[in-house]
Design a protein around this ligand. Structure first.
Ligand code: BES
Ligand code: ZN
Length: 642
């Protein structure tokens, strides 16, 4: 009896002690290295390896199966594991002890957050509390509303006969298809068994086998450690065509030939990248061409970049996106931003490396053109982004990390690195690049750690050419420093001059040398036209250059933004078709925005959106909805004022 009471008291005391050590630490205000967008208690347990076994059910629009997380204990007193989830149904949780036993575990959901999802709290049974390594097995299913997954009916694919599924995990959507520690600060290896309808093929951000037997069961292995936002899966009527020895393209058969042509330079890009940035660490590099609703231009899923089919312009003019996604194999996938506020370390670095690749493969002038177009977008962004958010590395603790990645991270980040290269000299900067990727390989880095590293390895070595204070200005201040190196392009200058000359009637359209220009030149020409062109002139331009019917999505984008801003109604039917044909957010959102803001067409834009939204990804839909919400708000503010 006595003994039992003692045991009880000890148990109560130790439970109390554990509860205390488990009490959530108050968040330190302004802890820059902290990821504010995860519930995971990474200070207690860290995942090393994930084993997925999932069945892909197109009828139920659901993945179901198990996720086994091999975890390491980093705090000996911790008694629970907190994972990120969103809209997951958890059927059971159990642990697999090192002695080979399965032990059921209690679990519960914590409080739901609109952006972060719902924490899943799993109690670690006492019997394995001393184990330094534990395996947690969760049986679960996803919701048809999973924010990471788009389940496409056959009508929205190129072939029109088979359904298609793809994931998009960045920034914090992996948690809506896998219960895990969803933070870029933790890296895992993974294995997966994916079961699909037998006629379809599954591919992942892992070792895809181009010769896989199509039998509906696919095994994957990802031996390199990756952050959770790079977990990716696609299932569909997918086939493979080789490009080079180590490179190839996956797509529906209808697009395979066009894709292999468009992206024929991928092997050369890979080899160029290796020569400049250091060894490619991931084995194969393949591309996957998705249906039009894929919301981004590209996504750098390791070993298998996901791409929008809108890059298939027929002339390889939009392959900058491939250079970009490939470059992420170094900046982002190998050296990863520690938190989403450090996104410029992924995207700014990648935009810089993309320009370096473009320069070697397509020449200085082409790289310069893309640089100028990026700079122009940056200037436009500065007009609307509040000064605090114009810093490369603002301190952010709230908001949606998907929204952090405006052009600031990309183009201001790119200009910062170009500034450093210019000040220090390309040769020395290239040495720094290779060393950076070697020193931080398979690791994560904050903006502050980068600043220290930069100071130590470059700034102080090069005796004050660039001061630390200058680097801090780039990271923490709005706008651009006065001595930023502004991109220029002789060919784009010519296009802009021609746009002005034609606008004011100094030259005829026949004398504008458009056929000498790249699509980027035409984009710049359209952007440089005078305000207030007559309907007649716009009509002539459209006809002569075939703008409304262009196969080049970037030309169409630029043109239809202008069409909407200038209310050039003869092209509205073509504009509406364009909005139905493409789904990449970058292509459609600004056109709706221009219509919504032109003072006459808000309702028309809403009607067009109602007709096209079924073709879009939920992330794209949400993003366009905010455009309308804002437009309606400012319309009612205007009414109140008058
Ligand atoms: N990683 C991004 C896409 C992304 C960003 C997804 C933020 C989710 C949140 C990808 O590498 C990217 O930058 N894509 C660009 C390509 C372009 C800049 C060349 C895109 O989709 O426009
Ligand atoms: Zn990117």
């Amino acid at each position: 009896m006595h003994c039992k009471i003692t045991v009880l008291i000890i148990a109560l005391l130790s439970a109390f002690a554990c509860t205390q050590s488990e009490a959530p630490k108050p968040r330190e205000q302004g802890d820059l290295a902290r990821d504010y967008f995860t519930f995971a208690n990474a200070e207690h347990f860290v995942t090393d390896h994930l084993i997925l076994d999932l069945y892909v059910d197109f009828e139920a629009e659901q993945l179901r199966g198990t996720a086994k997380l091999n975890m390491r204990r980093v705090d000996e007193h911790a008694t629970e594991i907190v994972l990120d989830t969103r809209d997951l149904t958890i059927e059971s949780a159990s642990f697999f002890s090192s002695a080979g036993r399965s032990i059921g575990a209690d679990f519960r959901f914590g409080e739901h957050d609109k952006i972060m999802g719902t924490p899943l709290i799993v109690d670690v049974p006492r019997t394995i509390q001393a184990d330094p390594e534990i395996a947690l097995i969760i049986t679960y299913r996803t919701s048809p509303n999973s924010t990471a997954l788009q389940w496409l009916p056959a009508e929205l694919t190129a072939g029109g006969e088979h359904p298609f599924l793809f994931s998009q995990s960045q920034a914090i959507h992996a948690r809506s298809w896998i219960p895990l520690q969803d933070t870029p600060a933790i890296r895992i290896t993974y294995q997966a068994t994916i079961s699909t309808p037998p006629e379809l093929l599954a591919v992942m951000s892992a070792n895809n086998d181009p010769d896989a037997e199509r039998d509906g069961t696919y095994e994957f292995d990802m031996p390199q450690r990756i952050p959770s936002y790079l977990l990716a899966l696609a299932v569909g009527n997918i086939y493979f065509a080789p490009i080079g020895e180590q490179t190839g393209v996956y797509s529906e058969p209808e697009l395979l030939e066009a894709s292999a042509f468009e992206f024929a330079d991928t092997q050369a890009m890979l080899e160029t990248a290796e020569a400049m940035f250091g060894p490619y660490q991931w084995g194969r590099y393949d591309l996957l061409i998705l249906p039009p609703s894929f919301p981004y231009g590209g996504m750098e899923n390791p070993r298998l970049s996901f791409l929008t089919p809108s890059l298939l312009a027929g002339d390889r003019s939009l392959v900058g996106v491939v250079a970009h996604e490939l470059a992420h194999s170094w900046s982002g996938n190998l050296v990863t931003n520690a938190t989403w506020r450090d996104g410029w370390l992924n995207e700014g670095w990648t935009s810089y490396l993309e320009m370096r690749l473009m320069e070697v493969i397509y020449g200085k002038e082409r790289a310069a053109e893309e640089n100028v177009l990026g700079y122009r977008e940056l200037l436009l962004d500065f007009e609307s982004v509040n000064p605090v958010m114009q810093a490369l590395a603002p301190s952010l603790e709230t908001g949606d990390p998907d929204d952090f990645q405006g052009t600031i991270h990309y183009h201001k980040g790119n200009l910062f690195l170009q500034y450093l290269e210019n000040a220090i000299g390309r040769k020395a900067f290239d040495v720094f690049i290779s060393k950076y990727f070697t020193d931080f390989a398979f690791g994560t880095i904050t903006s502050e750690a980068f600043l220290d590293y930069l100071d130590e390895n470059l700034l102080s070595v090069h005796g004050g050419t660039v001061t630390r204070a200058k680097a801090e200005q780039w990271l923490y201040k709005p706008g651009l420093p006065d001595d930023a190196v502004i991109p220029t392009s002789a060919r784009l200058d010519e296009a802009a001059a021609m746009a002005t000359a034609w606008s004011v009637g100094e030259v005829d359209l026949e004398d504008v040398p458009v056929s000498d220009w790249s699509p980027q030149g035409i984009v710049h020409f359209i952007n440089s036209l005078d305000a207030g062109l007559t309907t007649e002139k716009l009509g002539k331009l459209d006809q002569a250059l075939g703008l409304s019917t262009s196969r080049n999505a970037e030309i169409c984008r630029t043109w239809f933004i202008q069409v909407a801003e200038r209310q050039y109604r003869p092209a509205y039917a073509a504009l509406e078709q364009y909005l139905r044909r493409y789904g990449r957010t970058r292509l459609v959102k600004p056109v709706y925005e221009a219509l919504a803001k032109n003072g006459s067409d808000l309702q028309l834009a809403q009607r067009m959106f109602a007709g096209a939204r079924g073709n879009y990804h939920p992330l794209t839909v949400a993003s366009i909805e905010t455009v309308f919400e804002r437009a309606l708000e400012s319309a009612s503010e205007l009414r109140d004022e008058s």
